[in-house]
Design a protein around this ligand. Structure first.
Ligand SMILES: [Zn+2]
Length: 340
């Protein structure tokens, strides 16, 4: 099969990779319908996260079940399925409590590499959710978004306790931040403020439900959100970047007693204990347990209540994955869909 492999910083090649097979009786093999490039793929692409050799890429996927291991009971070949970036059994105590990304048997799909024609999915019964029927073509981008960016934005909004009567602020206008806006809107937030300097992203944020845009960052951005909230700060803040500056901006933008949902993959963030102590905010986040939300998200997509697939602003065939990485690296695209 063909698959994207990172050889060195900024050197992605689509090349022959071994066809995946059933390795454990709980595995499935799927044929990808679509996959995409994630903001977090840019960390190794830019050389900020070192790689130890040629590395298969990708952890977002939707597709059709080709084959299942003999212990897989809930899936059959031919079904269209959505999974997330961690395989999980969905039965252990951690999964049952809704934290499937930290399942005691979790396996990172990025290590398998789903920017490819086929992929082996571990713990298939727990990991994959089948759609009610074969989706029409126009639903595929939204189902793919559910696999990571929507599920992550959704978790951030839930962790930040977005809901009726709440002012929600969103730090980060990448795909996750934009879908955090959509999640906050769906969860009934009263006011949704996004920090963004990009016109096209501001426009999409408005379509997803943002009521206010703040173009300042850091302490200036914090001052503006306080102005909008009688000096108090937002009830709920979504952090979707993962840097020291964005994390501090999120904490400082939150009112005492408010909630920060942080989902930007943390890179060299260290929190000052004294400031955290006196901020009196709740912090909850980490790798999103997307699996918890998939059945609900698939239902919202099938009933066309949400259209998160609009976050993809460039579609390319898998064979041109390198161009997709370049476009995201150079910020010519927010989120790239690769058709398989
Ligand atoms: Zn588990």
């Amino acid at each position: 099969m063909r698959g994207a492999v990172l050889h060195a910083p900024r050197d992605v090649r689509v090349e022959d990779r071994p066809d995946p097979t059933i390795e454990k009786p709980t595995d499935a093999v799927i044929r990808l319908a679509a996959t995409c490039v994630c903001g977090s793929d840019l960390w190794p692409y830019r050389g900020i996260e070192p790689i130890s050799g040629p590395t298969p890429m990708g952890h977002e996927y939707v597709g059709v079940v080709e084959e299942v291991g003999h212990q897989v009971t809930t899936l059959t070949p031919g079904q269209f399925v959505v999974g997330s970036f961690f395989a999980s059994d969905n039965t252990c105590e951690i999964c049952q409590a809704g934290h499937q990304s930290r399942c005691v048997h979790a396996e990172l799909m990025g290590a398998i590499g789903t920017q490819s024609q086929y992929a082996r999915i571990p713990l298939a019964d727990g990991t994959l959710v089948a759609t009610p029927e074969m989706p029409s073509e126009d639903l595929v981008p939204s189902l793919l978004a559910a696999s990571d960016v929507l599920g992550t934005g959704w978790f951030a909004a839930v962790a930040a306790e977005a809901g009726p009567g709440k002012t929600v602020a969103v730090v980060g206008d990448g795909a996750v931040g934009l879908l955090g806006v959509l999640a906050a809107q769906q969860l009934g937030a009263e006011r949704i403020v996004i920090f963004s300097r990009h016109e096209s992203r501001q426009a999409l944020a408005r379509q997803f439900g943002a009521t206010d845009i703040i173009t300042s960052r850091g302490d200036d951005g914090v001052a503006e959100i306080k102005e909008l909230t009688n000096g108090l700060g937002a009830h709920s803040v979504i952090e979707a970047v993962g840097t020291q500056e964005s994390m501090m901006q999120a904490i400082r933008a939150t009112r005492p007693g408010g909630h920060v949902g942080y989902v930007g993959v943390s890179h060299d963030v260290s929190l000052p204990g004294g400031e955290l102590f006196f901020s009196a905010v709740h912090l909850h986040g980490g790798p999103a347990p997307v699996r918890r939300f998939l059945p609900d998200l698939i239902d919202r997509i099938y009933t066309r209540r949400i259209d998160p697939g609009r976050v993809f602003d460039l579609t390319l065939p898998l064979q041109q994955a390198a161009e997709g990485y370049q476009a995201m690296d150079q910020r010519r695209a927010t989120k790239v869909l690769l058709t398989v």
